[in-house]
Design a protein around this ligand. Structure first.
Ligand code: BES
Ligand code: ZN
Ligand code: ZN
Length: 502
């Protein structure tokens, strides 16, 4: 993948294909394509493909010009109805167009800047969002495919075509670098989440964190099971001790020059590399999906991948408790009482509620950094999928402004978050007869109870948000920017949150 500028008069533009958009119901007059097709395509006006094109959402027509034209193909991509048009419609159109380029093996893909100017009211971010979406829509996990690799190796070169240097403020200053970094970060999260449990082990997540630390000069610490036990992380250790695959508690730190002493933003990601449920064993149907129970940790690693490249001036700490959750002679059991790092005793009632067990020690550890804000991201509860479906993450926490910021950023980058309440009375459901509290309630309000448990480990004065991504971390259907499978959900929002932090 590459993104390059081509600044010259349109009759000198060269590309394998040029992408153009149109709205539905405006095809009667070809001049109603978004803006005038440029001088690069003098043949387009007379091309029959133009009248076949109806502009419907996701519709694609391919128009061919004379073989000796400098640009001999145009992909017309439908934006749907003008009055319904928004950033998501643009994203879908670009993904459809890029996928057709892949099918046709067209590598040099021309995108005229004038095209984006003519789109109604999307602002200077439209081109960036279009490129990011288009490239992410080409994603497929092909590491283990030795045959039928259809299109897996396709790498487009995006050519940004313009007559003159774009005016300041019209496009982000380092557009290409930004797009490439963000796409790489999301892809890293997708690759890790797609990866099977026998490959993406806690040791493997540490290896990836080490790669990032070396490449970008992050500080890295990691603790094994014995070290975690010696530190007092009884809840993390309880989950980890039932697994033969060695656990790792990973701490990554990005502290750019001048920021070393500021209060960091702490990002905590659930890193269960496989969740069997433990002694409270899950049913076998669909259990393979639990290889993705480290999507939170993957999202934090993806975010660090972007931080390393775009280097915003802000200190960030990433905490990744990583382990399997297995049934075993040494596994923790329902009824066990364990002492967490915070000193609070937890009665284990269900070993399948292991995410909150490892996260509570990570949050307590995060408090040591006196964070400016702490955000945890986790595939925590099936209940969140029941409540919100698989396109929306649950958003909980103790700080209205932080929650609003996350929602607003999420909307801008195409990640939906929806708030759930966290009233104090919910704590009643996890009261315990023999310890400080239990790790599950009854079956009601599962997502809220999970968050209520975590809240016990966050200082009242720490702005904290909990993102339950059990739904949107993995999709069973293709949603264009996010093809079927691992989505990398959360990476974009977490990065933007850091970048825009005041
Ligand atoms: N990893 C699961 C949650 C999950 C379910 C993620 C489906 C993605 C898809 C989590 O560890 C879990 O098992 N949660 C339990 C909690 C319950 C025991 C309170 C659940 O959701 O059933
Ligand atoms: Zn579980
Ligand atoms: Zn889990």
């Amino acid at each position: 993948m590459s993104i390059e500028w081509r600044i010259s008069s349109p009759d000198n533009w060269q590309a394998d294909v040029l992408i153009w958009f149109g709205f539905e119901g405006e095809e009667a007059e070809a001049s109603d394509l978004c803006a005038d097709p440029p001088g690069a395509l003098p043949w387009l006006r007379d091309c029959p493909a133009l009248s076949d094109f109806k502009g419907k959402a996701k519709q694609i027509s391919v128009a061919y010009g004379p073989a000796d034209a400098k640009v001999a193909r145009c992909i017309l991509a439908g934006l749907g109805k003008r009055d319904k048009f928004d950033l998501n419609a643009l994203r879908d159109a670009v993904v459809s167009a890029f996928r057709r380029c892949r099918d046709l093996k067209l590598v040099r893909v021309g995108l005229p800047l004038a095209l984006f100017d003519s789109l109604p009211e999307l602002g200077p971010e439209a081109l960036k969002e279009a490129l990011i979406s288009g490239l992410l829509g080409l994603y497929s996990y092909d590491r283990y495919k030795t045959r039928d690799r259809n299109g897996a190796d396709y790498e487009p070169a995006c050519l940004l075509l313009t007559e003159e240097e774009p005016a300041a403020g019209k496009v982000p200053p380092d557009l290409a670098g930004e797009v490439e970094a963000i796409v790489e970060g999301v892809k890293l999260a997708r690759d890790l989440t797609s990866g099977p449990g026998n490959d993406i082990t806690p040791a493997q997540l540490l290896a990836r964190a080490e790669e990032l630390a070396t490449r970008f000069d992050f500080k890295l610490q990691s603790f094994d099971l014995d070290q975690a036990a010696a530190m007092g992380m009884g809840a993390f250790v309880a989950v980890a001790k039932g697994s033969r695959e060695p656990a790792r508690f990973i701490v990554l730190e990005y502290a750019p020059e001048g920021c070393a002493d500021e209060r960091p933003i702490v990002l905590v990601g659930k890193g269960i590399t496989f969740d069997t449920g433990g002694i409270s064993l899950k049913p076998s149907a669909k259990m393979e999906a639990m290889k993705g129970d480290m999507a939170g940790a993957a999202a934090v690693l993806g975010t660090f991948n972007i931080l390393g490249q775009l280097r915003p001036p802000r200190r960030v700490v990433g905490i990744l408790p990583c382990t399997e959750n297995m049934p075993d002679g040494k596994a923790y059991k329902p009824g066990d009482i364990v002492k967490s790092l915070a000193g609070l005793n937890i009665e284990v009632v269900n070993t399948d509620a292991e995410g909150r067990m490892i996260l509570c020690d990570a949050l307590a550890y995060g408090e040591r950094y006196q964070p400016a804000a702490m955000i945890d991201i986790a595939t925590l509860t099936g209940a969140c999928i029941i409540a919100l479906g698989d396109r929306v993450a649950g958003l909980l926490g103790n700080h209205d402004e932080l929650r609003q910021t996350i929602r607003r950023i999420g909307d801008a980058v195409g990640e939906r978050f929806w708030p759930l309440p966290l009233w104090d009375f919910y704590f009643d459901d996890i009261k315990s007869d023999c310890a400080d509290f239990k790790n599950v309630g009854n079956r009601q309000a599962g997502t809220i109870i999970g968050a209520m448990f975590l809240k016990q480990f966050v200082a009242e004065e720490t702005p904290w948000a909990h993102l339950d991504i059990a739904g949107p971390s993995w999709l069973e259907k293709d949603l264009m920017t996010t093809p079927k499978g691992a989505t990398g959900f959360g990476v974009r929002t977490l990065f933007e949150l850091v970048r825009r932090w005041k």
